[in-house]
Design a protein around this ligand. Structure first.
Ligand code: OXD
Ligand code: MN
Length: 594
């Protein structure tokens, strides 16, 4: 081992894991540039990383075709009883799961180096931040963690000063025999992949996958699943939300936190450049928000991450120019296509489709090829600090005061462009019943409608019935200082199957209406589902959209909504006694209004 570990809990844990996993070497990471370059050099030499001629210090990786997204079916919340994990999580009894996984971990790092990665979620030393230590046998994970979290030996100093840490154990599950040649993306077969969480002891065990949220354990595992359970116990919120700052022409700031399911445009909204004249948008985070009530009674949010792990396909200078500028250098690309000039390419990056590419599986690709050149869940890992519109306060340990919450999803029909909740309780009902068509961010069918409460279905580390209670309680604590709650659907389609709303920078028009509501500048009309904008209150200056399209976008058809009720009832029935009475009342009220 290259460094002496003073903290007893950490040194014992390292020893215990090393005895079980039997790596050839142990390396303690320090988070420096030199370390990153050293790891990348190793990955280039082994053929896993392809340096990109067109982008300085940027690399392309191709995963195994079986390991391309989060695996929700193989993700477990292992609490002492199944009821504590609740109906939205997979559950296995902790001792049974640990026995199973210990058998898998035994000798799993043979022939490999075990990396010890000390990291902070949130600014190092901030009282809101949490410390994790990931043990992993993947140098690709080390490099990604360097970007997505604050990896540093200063974190070890904090442990020495008495701070606790969350142990995050990860193995790709692919030991090497003596002399055995490694493959480009080692991982274990799907049936031995386990992404396990033990929220009662703040512990994460992941085995078998090297991809994204399965392997970069600071993100979904720590900052959402474990943190959500901690937040419930400690009275704060850990949410699957972007955070942005909007500034109006008079210089007034509004902070918005928005929850959408994976691959529904959070990164695009977080970096949006407003189409409305004089308004400015700055990004604070694109995926996760940790929020605490401040001394003045308002809710303050920080982004615990330090990078973006965004979906590449569909990202372009038209849809998200700020993301494109973020990606100019120092980026890790995974499962994108490679151009003959040594750059990355993906579906939707521009109109010019190259005549030849190497696809994400490493095969020749031409426009005649039947398959996508990039995987639909191809990703970029990029430092947040490189984003041209990163907010100057993005690392402020105090966070920013939230004015507005937005929930939403991808719905081709039924749900209007925007509406406002009647009250906090009604807003919690909107979050609790949010539904969206599934995307390729998870392995499984794409396009099926599923209820994804608060966009947290895959990420809530405890019984979601209790999570709804927690949101109701937070509203009670916040009282009149609670953020206002809205619901949006950018994805409504016409009878002919065309998107009715242009989206992207034009979404600022909808955000501006929300700010006007907060300021009491505009009133709204009551509908059975919530408060709708009055005609003319959404600023459409400079937008070429027909009155018919606007009408269709904003329409609420009671018959269509009545048809949703059985699904909402079935969704709520899952939670049994844990479903808050207040949400039952909200459903009754909706039925009455319809
Ligand atoms: C993500 C996801 O990677 O939600 O952010 O899947
Ligand atoms: Mn996400």
């Amino acid at each position: 081992m290259n460094a002496a570990i003073k903290n007893e809990k950490l040194s014992n844990w390292i020893k215990e894991v090393a005895d079980m996993c039997q790596p050839d070497n142990i390396y303690v990471c320090n988070g420096t540039k030199e370390e990153y370059n050293f790891m990348m050099a190793k990955l280039i030499a082994s053929g896993s990383a392809i340096p990109l001629e067109k982008r300085p210090n940027s690399y392309l990786f191709r995963s195994d075709p079986s390991d391309v997204a989060r695996v929700e079916d193989r993700t477990f919340i292992s609490t002492s009883s199944k009821d504590e994990a609740g109906p939205t999580n997979n559950w296995i009894d902790p001792s049974e799961l640990k026995e199973k996984m210990k058998r898998l971990y035994r000798g799993c790092m043979k022939g490999r180096t075990m990396y010890v990665i000390p990291f902070s979620m949130g600014p190092i030393g901030s009282p809101i931040s949490k410390i994790g230590v990931e043990i992993s046998d993947s140098p690709y994970v080390v490099c990604n963690m360097h970007i997505m979290t604050r990896v540093s030996s200063k974190v070890l100093d904090l442990l020495d000063a008495g701070r606790d840490f969350i142990p995050c154990l990860h193995s790709i599950g692919a030991p090497l025999k003596k002399g055995q040649e490694d493959v480009q993306w080692p991982c274990a077969p799907i049936e031995s992949k386990y992404i396990s969480h033990f929220p009662e002891e703040n512990l994460i065990w992941s085995f078998g996958s090297g991809y994204g949220g399965n392997a970069l354990l600071g993100k979904k595992c720590l900052a959402l699943r474990i943190a959500s359970a901690m937040a419930k116990r400690e009275g704060w919120l850990a949410e699957h939300m972007l955070i942005l700052r909007l500034t109006n022409p008079e210089g007034k700031q509004y902070h918005i936190a928005a929850a959408f399911p994976s691959a529904c445009g959070k990164t695009n909204l977080a970096m949006m450049q407003p189409a409305v004249k004089g308004w400015k948008c700055e990004c604070i985070g694109d995926d996760i928000a940790w929020m605490k009530i401040g001394a003045n009674g308002r809710l303050y949010a920080i982004n615990p991450e330090s990078g973006f792990f965004g979906v590449a396909p569909g990202t372009s200078y038209d849809t998200n120019p700020m993301a494109m500028d973020t990606l100019k250098e120092n980026v890790i690309f995974t499962n994108c296509a490679l151009t003959d000039e040594g750059d990355v390419w993906w579906e939707g990056i521009n109109d010019a489709v190259p005549s030849h590419l190497i696809d994400w599986k490493g095969r020749d690709w031409t426009p005649e090829s039947k398959n996508d050149a990039a995987h639909p869940n191809a990703r970029f890992t990029a430092p947040a600090s490189q984003c041209p519109v990163i907010c100057k306060d993005w690392e402020n340990p105090e966070g920013v005061p939230i004015d507005i919450f937005i929930f939403g999803g991808r719905r081709g029909s039924v749900v209007p462009l925007v509406y406002e909740a009647f009250s906090w309780e009604h807003g919690v009902f909107l979050g609790a019943t949010a539904a969206s068509e599934t995307t390729s961010a998870n392995i499984g069918a794409v396009g099926n409608l599923r209820r994804d409460p608060f966009a947290m279905k895959p990420f809530c580390g405890y019984n979601m019935g209790d999570y709804f209670h927690h949101w109701l309680n937070m509203g009670e604590k916040l009282g009149s200082k609670a953020p206002r709650i809205f619901y949006v659907n950018w994805f409504r389609k016409s009878q002919e199957g065309k998107f009715l709303w242009p989206g992207f920078s034009d979404n600022s028009r909808v955000l501006k209406w929300m700010c006007d509501r907060v300021d009491g500048e505009v009133s709204a009309q009551k509908s059975p589902i919530g408060l709708l904008p009055l005609e003319g209150d959404i600023d459409l200056t400079g937008l070429n959209i027909s009155a018919e399209n606007m009408e269709e976008l904003m329409s609420v058809d009671p018959a269509e909504w009545r048809a949703e009720i059985p699904d909402i009832e079935a969704h709520f029935a899952m939670f049994g006694k844990r479903l808050p009475e207040k949400l039952k009342h909200q459903l009754k009220d909706l039925i009455t209004r319809l």
